[in-house]
Structure formats: structure tokens, C-alpha cells
Ligand binder design. Structure first.
Ligand SMILES: [Zn+2]
Ligand SMILES: [Zn+2]
Length: 544
């Protein structure tokens, strides 16, 4: 429920300058006011607020305006001081902000959509406001007459929008993962093309009118750069997030691409290097390396009397290979793979050590980012979203003899780091006398542990998070284990470790609490058990 201001993302690490709090619900959009120490926020709590930095160094609201419905997005034009707010009820309201940012007057209300407005752009040149909504449409309205000029319906929710003022082209991303390019005219429009490449809903778009590049971020954790101006259909895939990408911004001067994801990850991509296009995945009925058949290739399986294998793809050459021929993992930043991906054995040998140098830097946004705005000239960035309750890095269960019984890592770390953590934790925690404090400091993490019978439950988390709440989270996990196993003991976890992981996965996701209801989690585990039993029964039946 906060908006945060970071400084100079392009030079080195972003530094947190201010945190603006006070919203009673999620903030859906925040923009920096140019040449002014100010931020405008619109929120789910139906308020529009203009925050100015006071002499004390704190941001205080100078405008606090409540509207009839939750605010979902905004478009602010600084020179004319006109601001357009999209609402949950489908309406767009226009206000005029006074020069001194102390007053805001209502100008017009536009009945743009039947449902929540998802994104919007105001163009002063054409006096248009273009908007997308959850009624699956894009509409454009005249701000002089207030009348609707045109509307186009898609087959799914339209989630984000970019608009090129000069050529009147609109890019609309939707929930099916498609991006549609439309040419808008006064009364009519035409569809130029649809861009297909994402496997999940589009979360954010950014259009660079100078280099004619379109950037899209989606719920499949990936970012794609579409070279529209090149007209060759060149696309670059960028994989450097572990969660839904929600905000994308390209800085033309420094040729950097900033992307933010819902888990708070901020990735800065260096777009000034030669990057390669990732290959198309090839289709084959047998492994293209060892020629063993895949499991649907019944004929060859029968002919060679072998069992079919699962199909995988090498990310570097795109060949269809079996698991045996692609046992290695590697990063390959030239193709946008900043994390380790599957490569075939021959490709693995061709990747040199210098090819593995990262072409992006990764930063932590401290909260779940829903929206972002940047002022490159001042090096300021504002992000908004919801605060995390507790963000865990890892959860370990071990006994008094330092035997590890369960481990769960919520952040990507190396095997070496894991071994170091396990060694340090067991040593530090087991050696502590009874009745000593349950909280420890280890490097930049806070360690919270609690002993239940013979087992220690140990959590590493960020130092600004609440340790008492973490103890409660641990206790809830123990309660769930207790409910499932009936008075849980160490042996239960040894012989049914997969159930302990199941329960944990239902309860925690990405280091955050997903579900607190014991009943709901019990139902989910029961369902999983029933499914497993039915399958076992089915598999053990003789086939004729
Ligand atoms: Zn093979
Ligand atoms: Zn390969």
C-alpha cells in the first residue's frame, strides 16, 4: 500500500529515498511530477492524491480527492496540468490541477467502458483519450466534445496500451497474450497486425517512437522486444524475472531497459550490445541427437522395442532432444537467458565462459511492484504496489543432531550458498542454550527459529520484516502438519517428506503466506491424496 521513490537506476544500485504511506488499499498507479518534488497516486481506496515534498523531507498530500469508484489508472499531462483517471466502473474522469498543486477541478466524465478501465493515454495533439478496459475493448474519445469516436472489441480483456501520437497507432496487450496493432482514425480504424509470442497475459507495454521498438512484459515472466521499425519480424526474448512482469520502460539515451515484476524484482537490461534471437523450437518424433523415439511415436517404439522418452528443447539451438542428451544447464545472456536453462550437450560445449557474463543487473524493489514511473533526467523512479507481510528467504527443518529434514529456498541461490547456510544455521541454532532468544542476525538476514519437540524450524528473512509474525507463521505450519499427521513427529517427516512439502506449498508461495485457513489447506491436501490414490489404483490395474 505504498509508493516508493528510488534514485538513479541507470548508474548503479537503486537507493530508496522515500516511502509514501497512508493509503488504505492498493495503489494502482503513481507518477513523478516533472521538475517538482511531487508524486501523484491513484488508489483502489477511491482517492487521487498529490504528494509534495515538504521542508521536513517528508511527502505530504496537498490534494486529497475522493471519487465514486476505485481508481485503476491515470494519464497526466504536465504542461496543460490535465489529469485523466480511469475507474473501476468504466468511467474516465478529467480534472484540471492548479499551478500550485493545491486544487483540482472536475472537467468532464467520459463513459468509456462498461467495466474497469485498465490503461489509458491522453494525446494533446489530437485531443483524444485512448483507453482499454476489462469489457474487452479499446475506445477512443474526443476530449473537446466528450463523444466516443470509435471502439474495437477483442476476444479477451484488454490489459495495457501504448499509443503513437504521430502516426495514430495503438498497441493493445490482452489477457490471451496477444498484442494487437491498430491504426485509429476519427470514426474508423484498421487492424494492422497481431503479435504473438507470450504464453501469458500481457502485463505492460512500452513503445519507443524514435527507434520504433515495442517492449512487452507478461505473466510468463518474460519480456520481448519487438523490432517494429525493422519490418523483419525480429524479436528478442529476455528472461530475467521469476514472476509476472508488471512494468516496462526503455531509456533511449542510455539504451537501458527497466523491467519490474510482481515479486519486487527490478531488472536493468543493457540493450546496447549485440543480442541474438532465440531459435524457434523444432518438432520431431524422436530425439534429434540420439534418435530415440518420443513417447507418442508408437510405431518406432514398437519397431525398436523401446520405451518412448519425454521431449525437451535445447534453448540455444531449438532442437528437440531427450533428457539424457540435454542434461546440462547454462545461462546464455546473448539470447536473453539470464537464468540457467536447458541446453543440449553439444551446445553446452560451445558456450564459453565469457558468453556467460550477465547482460543485465538485478535489484530488489522492497515491495510487490504493480506500476512504475521514471524521470531519467533526475534519475528518479517511483514504484507502487502492496507491501509484503513477511518475505522469507529459506525455511529449514533439522533435528538436534543437525540432520536436515526439510529445506525450502524461496530466492534463487547457488548450491554452495545453500550448503553454507545449512552448515551455519545448524551450528548456530543447535548450539544455543535453551531459554535464549529465538532471533539471530546472520549476514544481512534475520534468522527466526523455534524448537518443537526434537525438531528445529528455522527461517531466514529480510531484516526489516516482523519476527513475531514469522514465529506465528512457523507455528501455523506446525499446526497444519499436526492436523494432517495427527501429533506429528520426526519420523512422519522422514517417511512422508513429500506430504510435508505439499502442505508447505499450499501454505507458502515465494516466501510469502498464500493461505492461512487450515480448513482450505486440508481440503487441498485431501484432494491431492485422493488423486494420488486413484492414479496408483489405475496404474496397478493390468491392461489387456
Ligand atoms: Zn537423445
Ligand atoms: Zn543445442
Amino acid at each position: 500500500m505504498a509508493a516508493e521513490i528510488h534514485s538513479r537506476p541507470q548508474t548503479s544500485r537503486p537507493v530508496l529515498l522515500n516511502k509514501i504511506e497512508g493509503h488504505s488499499d492498493g495503489v494502482n498507479a503513481a507518477v513523478l511530477i516533472p521538475k517538482e518534488d511531487g508524486v501523484i497516486t491513484v488508489s483502489e481506496d477511491r482517492t487521487i492524491r498529490v504528494w509534495l515534498k515538504r521542508d521536513s523531507g517528508q511527502f505530504w498530500p496537498s490534494i486529497y480527492h475522493t471519487v465514486s469508484s476505485p481508481c485503476s489508472c491515470m494519464s497526466y499531462h504536465h504542461d496543460s496540468r490535465r489529469i485523466f483517471i480511469g475507474q473501476d466502473n468504466g468511467a474516465i474522469v478529467e480534472f484540471l490541477i492548479s499551478e500550485d498543486f493545491n486544487k483540482m477541478n472536475h472537467v468532464k466524465t467520459y463513459p468509456a467502458h462498461q467495466n474497469r478501465v485498465s490503461d489509458m493515454v491522453f494525446s494533446l495533439e489530437s485531443e483524444w483519450v485512448v483507453s482499454t478496459g476489462q469489457d474487452k475493448s479499446v475506445s477512443w474519445m474526443c476530449t473537446e466534445s466528450g463523444s466516443m469516436l470509435g471502439r474495437h472489441y477483442f476476444s479477451s480483456w484488454a490489459s495495457c496500451l501504448q499509443y503513437d501520437q504521430e502516426t495514430q497507432h495503438a498497441f493493445v496487450g490482452d489477457y490471451s497474450g496477444q498484442i494487437t496493432l491498430l491504426k485509429l482514425e476519427r470514426q474508423t480504424y484498421s487492424i494492422i497486425t497481431t503479435l504473438k509470442g507470450h504464453e501469458g497475459s500481457i502485463g505492460a507495454l512500452w513503445w519507443d517512437p524514435v527507434q520504433k521498438l515495442l517492449f512487452s512484459g507478461a505473466s510468463d515472466h518474460s519480456v520481448i522486444m519487438w523490432d517494429i521499425g525493422g519490418r523483419k519480424g525480429r524479436t528478442l526474448l529476455l528472461q530475467g524475472h521469476h514472476e509476472r512482469v508488471q512494468a516496462v520502460r526503455y531509456l533511449q539515451l542510455t539504451r537501458q531497459l527497466l523491467t519490474c515484476s510482481v515479486d519486487g524484482g527490478i531488472t536493468v537490461w543493457n540493450m546496447d550490445t549485440q543480442r541474438e534471437e532465440a531459435p524457434q523450437w523444432l518438432d520431431s518424433d524422436s530425439c534429434q541427437k540420439c534418435e530415440q523415439p518420443f513417447f507418442w511415436n508408437i510405431k518406432q517404439m514398437w519397431d525398436s522395442r523401446t520405451i518412448g522418452l519425454r521431449q525437451h528443447h535445447c534453448r540455444k539451438c531449438g532442437q528437440a532432444v531427450c533428457a539424457k542428451c540435454s542434461s546440462k544447464r547454462s545461462t546464455f545472456p546473448l539470447m536473453g537467458f539470464e537464468f540457467q536453462v536447458r541446453v543440449c550437450d553439444s551446445c553446452f560445449d560451445t558456450i564459453k565462459e565469457e558468453d556467460r557474463t550477465a547482460l543485465a543487473t538485478f535489484h530488489e524493489g522492497k515491495h510487490n511492484i504493480a506500476h512504475m514511473d521514471i524521470d531519467p533526467s533526475r534519475g528518479l523512479m517511483v514504484t507502487c504496489g502492496s507491501d509484503r507481510i513477511v518475505k522469507m528467504h529459506f525455511l529449514l527443518l533439522f533435528n538436534r543432531q543437525s540432520r536436515l529434514r526439510l529445506q525450502k529456498w524461496f530466492t534463487p541461490v547457488s548450491e554452495r550458498y545453500k550448503r553454507k547456510v545449512i552448515r551455519d544455521m545448524t551450528m548456530m541454532v543447535v548450539g544455543r542454550p535453551a531459554r535464549s532468544c529465538n532471533f539471530l542476525q546472520w549476514r544481512d538476514l534475520k534468522i527466526v527459529y523455534k524448537r518443537y519437540a526434537s525438531l528445529y524450524f528455522c527461517v531466514g528473512m529480510e531484516s526489516e520484516d516482523n519476527e513475531l509474525l514469522t514465529l506465528e507463521v512457523l507455528h501455523r505450519y506446525v499446526e497444519m502438519l499436526d492436523k494432517y499427521f495427527g501429533n506429528v513427529c520426526e519420523l512422519d517427516l522422514i517417511f512422508n517428506f513429500e506430504k510435508a512439502y505439499y502442505i508447505l506449498d499450499e501454505f507458502l508461495m515465494g516466501g510469502e503466506v498464500l493461505e492461512t485457513s487450515k480448513i482450505d489447506i486440508g481440503v487441498a491436501i485431501e484432494d491431492a491424496d485422493v488423486l494420488q490414490e486413484t492414479l496408483e489404483e489405475y496404474m496397478s490395474k493390468p491392461t489387456y
